[in-house]
Each structure stands twice: as C-alpha cells, then as structure tokens.
Design a binder for this molecule. Structure first.
Ligand SMILES: Cc1ncc(COP(=O)(O)O)c(C=O)c1O
Length: 402
C-alpha cells in the first residue's frame, strides 16, 4: 500500500513538473506555509478579541488584530471580518446578514462564469435566484438589461464578481439602481482579490459596492480562507459579524489566519509588481494564442484585464493538455476553456514564457508530444517570487514516512 506521504510527494512532483493554469488556485510561500504547521492549528478562539471563552489566546488575539489592521490598509476598508473559512462560507454569512428566506438575489449566471455559491448556496439560505443579463460579445453583465431587471424584481442582494472574469464588472453603473430599490450591492472578489490589492483592477468599494467578499487563495496568494470588507456599514456590522461567527463558523482556523497575515505582508510589499506582471502575462498569453488561431474571447476588447484567458475548446482538449502536463479547465456546461496565469507568474514566468506556453498548447493540440518540453520549462521555474524569501515552489523533497 502506498504511504500517505508518498502520495503527497508524488503530487508535489507532478505539479512541479507541470504548468498549472487553473485560474482559482495559487501557491504560497514557505513563510505562509510555516504558519500552517504551527500550534495555532490546534486551538479555538471563540468570542471577541481580548474576550475569549478559552484561556491561552493572548498571541492569537494579536494575530487577529494584525489580520484586521493589514487588511484595512491593503483594501482601504474601514470594516474587515477575517473569520470566514472559505469564500462560500463568507457568501452564506452575507446572505444571512442581508436577506430573508423568500427574498431574491441577482447574480452572473453560472453558464457565463458565475459561482455556484451565488445560486446553490443562496438557495440553501432560502433565496430565490435571478440571473443577471449577460452579453457574451463583451463577456460582461449587460448593464441596461440588468438595470431593468433589478427595477422589476427588486432583489435584496445584487452580486457582481464571478469565477470567469475577464473585465471589470459594472459596479458604478449598477450602484444607483441598487440604491433606488434598496438592494445591497455585493462584489465577490474571490478571483481578483490579489489584483485589487495590487491596484491593477477595479476597486469595488470605491466604485459603489457596499460589501466585498473574497477567498484569499486565487490571485491573492494566501491560505485557503476568506475575507469580508466594507466601508461605512454602520448597523450592518453587528449583523455580519454575528452571521459569520457564531452563525456559520465556530472555529476560524487560526493557523490559516496567521498564514493570511503573512500573505497580506507579502502583498503590501510585492503586490503591485506581482499584479502588474500577472496582467502582462495574461495579455501576452492571449495574444499568442490568438495568433495561433485559438478562438480567444474578447479579441476586440483587449482579451483580458485579469489573470484569466478564455478560449473555445472541449473536454478532449483539456485531457490532451493534462497528459502533456498543462492543467486547465473547461468551464462546466460550456465549450470555454478557462486558464489563469497567477501561479506561473508567482513562479517567475514572464511574457516570453507565456508565448512559449501558448506554443506548447498549440503543438499539443495538433497531436505532438510536448510532455518533456513542458517538464523542462516547469523545472526551470521552480522558485517562488514576490515573497520575502526565495523558496522552492513545491515540496518535492518532502521527507516524512510512517
Ligand atoms: C467567484 C467565487 N466565489 C466564491 C468561491 C468559493 O470560494 P471557496 O472555494 O473558498 O469556498 C469561488 C471559488 O472558486 C469563486 O470563484
């Protein structure tokens, strides 16, 4: 029987010899990972900072204060909740705080890249879900039609942000109609949080969103958890805090909270150059794919302003690329392949490598065996960049046994 640690090591080897282009993932620095091994992961910190139910929380309190303080600085927010343990949990908490069973939420349809938590999770909360009108031509919410729909349906929540997102969403444009009908405009920044922190994407709070929810492990290179931020929320603050904890969280995963603090420090220091390179890379990849005759979405509008590139393709293409060591995914129920460059950018790749990856994808889908060339490129970029120490990106030498 394979040892559990062999399986982990095999996985590290697989990823380190591959080009991971899954748009919803990233890698963390060793400094971030070190926090995940700490004793914090064995503890609870129930209650408020400084007023915990269990003894022994004085250092945990300091970490939670730091997490809040650094998030406020990074996202220019005056309200921050760092206790949701995933993006879906953050969204569920927001639905609980802002809506009533039987009420309505309007969000980007899943078939155009919306996230299941804007539909399935909202339905679990008892909300009726409405699809925001979407224009495939410019891969964005159709602002005029959305405004009409919001006026007619009067949802309690309008959710912008999505899992497939190439361009800024019309936050400013829809904030007025949301105010008119009493809807709260929420922006799910799970995918673009690192770009927002690095000032390379729309700032939803500045443009009129009331609340931003986000997971912290996609373009934001932190541990798997979430953050909720807002400005001038007044009375809402108590409702959101209570909805998160004790509402949907009782243990807020303190090792990963500490890891999030380190990721915030990295983003304060390196976030702008990281985000800038991510967008340069996604554009370079899109342009080269387009030259190679891939049907890339957004050809007339610059292809992308995020970490993502989308092109027409099939499950068979995904499988062929996977066999070559290039990991992508077809967006469910569509013929669109979504790729993200945030992880390879963190490995230090730049525009030249993006063009090389596009060429490898082309060769692979034309039936050539490019596995060895993919392995060589991957192994050449095996260090983490935009962090305080230069570490191996993956733990191939993981030396544990039972
Ligand atoms: C837009 C969006 N919101 C929420 C989530 C859910 O986040 P988590 O996986 O942390 O629950 C995702 C995950 O991919 C997402 O893309």
């Amino acid at each position: 029987m394979l040892n559990i640690y062999d399986l982990l090591r095999n996985h590290e080897k697989l990823i380190s010899e591959s080009i991971p282009l899954i748009a919803s993932e990233n890698i963390t620095s060793l400094l971030v990972r070190a926090c995940l091994l700490s004793d914090f992961g064995h503890r609870y910190a129930i209650g408020e900072v400084g007023e915990r139910v269990y003894s022994g929380c004085q250092y945990i309190d300091q970490v939670e204060r730091l997490a809040i303080e650094l998030s406020k600085k990074l996202f220019k927010a005056d309200y921050v909740n760092v206790r949701a343990i995933s993006g879906t949990v953050a969204n569920l908490a927001i639905y609980t705080a802002l809506s009533h069973p039987g009420g309505k939420i309007a969000a980007v349809p899943v078939e155009f890249g919306g996230h299941t938590s804007h539909f399935d999770t909202a339905e679990v909360r008892g909300l009726k879900t409405i699809k925001l009108p979407f224009s495939p031509e410019n891969f964005n919410v159709n602002t005029d039609e959305a405004e009409k729909l919001i006026r007619k349906e009067r949802p309690e929540i309008v959710m912008l942000g999505a899992s497939v997102i190439l361009f800024p969403h019309p936050v400013k444009e829809l904030s007025e109609v949301c105010n008119d009908v009493g809807a709260t405009l929420v922006y799910d920044a799970s995918h673009v949080l690192g770009l927002i922190a690095g000032k390379k994407f729309q700032d939803p709070l500045k443009e009129g969103a009331k609340i931003v929810t986000a997971s912290t492990h996609k373009t934001f290179p932190g541990p798997q958890r979430a953050v909720i931020i807002g400005r001038e929320l007044g009375e809402l603050i108590k409702r959101i805090d209570r909805a998160v904890m004790p509402g949907v969280v009782s243990n807020h995963h303190l090792h990963s909270l500490a890891a999030y603090v380190v990721a915030c420090m990295e983003m304060i220091e390196f976030g702008e150059s990281y985000a800038r390179q991510i967008v340069r890379n996604s554009k370079a990849l899109a342009e080269r794919l387009y030259e190679l005759d891939f049907k890339v979405v957004g050809e007339n509008i610059g292809f992308t302003e995020t970490h993502q590139v989308v092109f027409e393709g099939s499950a068979k293409d995904q499988l062929l690329l996977e066999r070559a060591g290039i990991f992508v995914n077809v967006w469910p129920s569509t013929s669109l392949v979504r790729v993200g460059v945030q992880e390879v950018t963190r490995r230090g790749m730049r525009e030249e490598e993006m063009r090389h990856i596009a060429d490898l994808m082309y060769m692979c889908l034309k039936g050539n065996d490019v596995r060895e060339e993919v392995r060589e490129l991957a192994m050449e970029f095996d260090k983490i960049h935009y962090s305080f120490s230069v570490d191996k990106a993956y733990l191939r030498d993981f030396d544990f046994k039972i």
